[in-house]
Write a protein that binds this ligand. Sequence first.
Ligand SMILES: [Zn+2]
Length: 325
Amino acid sequence: MKLKNQYDLAKISTTIGTLARGQEWSTSAYTKGESYKVTEVQCAFFEDEERIFIACNKGEHDQVLTALNSCGVTTIASLLEVLEAAHGVFYLQDGDRNRLGIKHSYSKQDRTAYDLVHATDASYGSMAMTDPQIDKVKAASKVANTTLPPGITAADVWMFRKLSGKKVETARPAGSLRTVKGPDNVREQTINIIVNSEDAHAELAILKFLTRGLVEGVFTKSKIYLGGRKVACANCKTWIDNYKKVLKAGVTLHTPEDARSETQTNPGTCPSGFVPALTVTVTSKLRTTEPMFDKLFSGERIDGVTWPAIAAETVAVQPQEEAVE
Ligand SMILES: [Zn+2]
């Protein structure tokens, strides 16, 4: 994998979100609309693994799955290739993008966020399209029947015609990605889009998934990199800070520290009374099958909890109000 760290993940999350949102990806007709929303994407990987995990806010995972499959993503290499091409057109100045006929681009907030993350760490994310890339966009978006010109794949046609707001005549790439409900579903799959039906934000969904896999022994690496399209809201940030403090057995979590402003918190997705992961009060370890495990990642207020086996037994974590000095 070419990805190096949490900053790379923040940038690819931004590009995945922009690619997936705003239109119906499963049909050859171009149907745009507010209902095709992807409000957040968070990506993670374990150091020394060729495997990536993707989570969204509640119910948005299918939108990402369908978009990536329609763009022909099968491996991490093809994911990065698609995202590089998508970033290229999203990042163009308005005039250049309009000349190419591309109708989708980064929001102002996403563009600024991308720049701020890139300024902090530039290991991933080229900023300018090459001439061959521009030629490919032109050629692919012109394909109005089922005949593919040399060097252009069905995935290219799907991606660039859909981003141009045009109907596609070429057969939809089959796509090999599927969603995963739990760590047991991962097996040999290198790109894992997590089913999230919880109200709490995507970062809690992805950490719940990874924690479960670590406790149950499905995942064996321990250095977690996590980066999202937006920085965590105040509630999730406190939760994640506390989570980092209770980790043990060599497990570490690395999240971006950059100049992006806070996520606009939707009260429906991240409860405001949330004071996460406080003092550990009992010595027996929480099992992932117990209801409290789900509650721990739910965004509900929990004032005392026993963490799973990857966490320290007795770590006192300050409540959010008292932590501010
Ligand atoms: Zn949140």
